[in-house]
Unconditional design. Structure first.
Lengths: 152, 152
DNA sequence: GCACTCCTGACCAAGAAGGTCAGGAAAGTC
DNA sequence: GACTTTCCTGACCTTCTTGGTCAGGAGTGC
């Protein structure tokens, strides 16, 4: 139930690309500096994003990375899936595929709900939202509760 | 963003204890059989639950495990925290403690929302709910959407 | 041809995941 | 007091993941 450095880095780099808009390709080095991410590690991450069709790239002078689609069509969920794999799998298998026995029978519903609630957040937030700061109401509602900010 | 085998096992074992109610201590072996969990691994998990005050135990003949509190006062969130540590940490630190720069500034809010939405599910479901199958509305609402059941 | 930048695979150290093994320490029974 | 039962604990093990680094190859633009 944790968010990996890789996913965090990936979203941050993608946010920079979203902000760059159509100003031409952005070098990996600039992304790394802007978000303070180890360059070589970031390059691997960007490659994964490219393989998943989220980002495009060109080599050589004037080369760099840019978003494959408009920033308001790329969700945080996609990026997380690209680098971390499926969201909220249990024991590495999707919750709907598990058969629970005895008194744990309804646990399946709980894990399904967990996944759905994660999706409700991650699939609603686009890179455009992230950059503009105008987050969808599902997020701002959750964040408005002071209780959401306390550690536990 | 995944649920470990340990957390899954822990909740399942706890559900069995909840179902056993006041019928006296339940042997580890019976829990392991009921939920098909490797016994020795389960014992380590139960020990962690004990250290976190969720479960109690007695050794010897007629010994076994039981819940330290009534089943309707133990949430799934507690159990997950006991065996997996804090929920939805980013890079192993709580989201509210991270400072984001540049265009990723609002990412903090997104991770906070992720954590809050997980809590909304996990802290609402008690072991009593789990065993009875009468899950809180936040869960049943999420599960009612057929979309929650499709892999992605 | 040369500089620039991405692309790729190999490698690596540390830690977590998912267990197993062996023995010790209480609790109950005879 | 001996014996059985069951929990308690630490050591160990294998495999995978995490979070990187290193070295070199392959396009691209001038």
């Amino acid at each position: 139930m944790r968010v990996s450095a890789k996913a965090d880095y990936a979203v941050r780099a993608a946010a920079e690309l979203a902000a760059a808009g159509n100003g031409g390709p952005v070098k990996g080095e600039r992304l790394a500096e802007a978000q303070d991410i180890p360059l070589q590690f970031l390059e691997h991450i960007l490659l994964e994003l490219k393989h998943h069709g989220i980002v495009r790239a060109r080599r050589g002078a004037k080369g760099g990375y840019w978003l494959a689609r408009p920033a308001d069509e790329v969700t945080v969920a996609e990026i997380v899936r690209a680098v971390e794999g499926p969201i909220a799998h249990v024991q590495s298998t999707p919750p709907e595929a598990i058969e629970y026995r005895g008194n744990a029978e309804h646990l399946k519903d709980v894990w399904i709900a967990v996944r759905a609630s994660l999706r409700n957040v991650l699939e609603e937030v686009t890179l455009a939202d992230l950059v503009s700061g105008e987050l969808p109401s599902v997020v701002s509602d959750l964040v408005a509760d002071p209780d959401a900010w306390v550690a536990r």
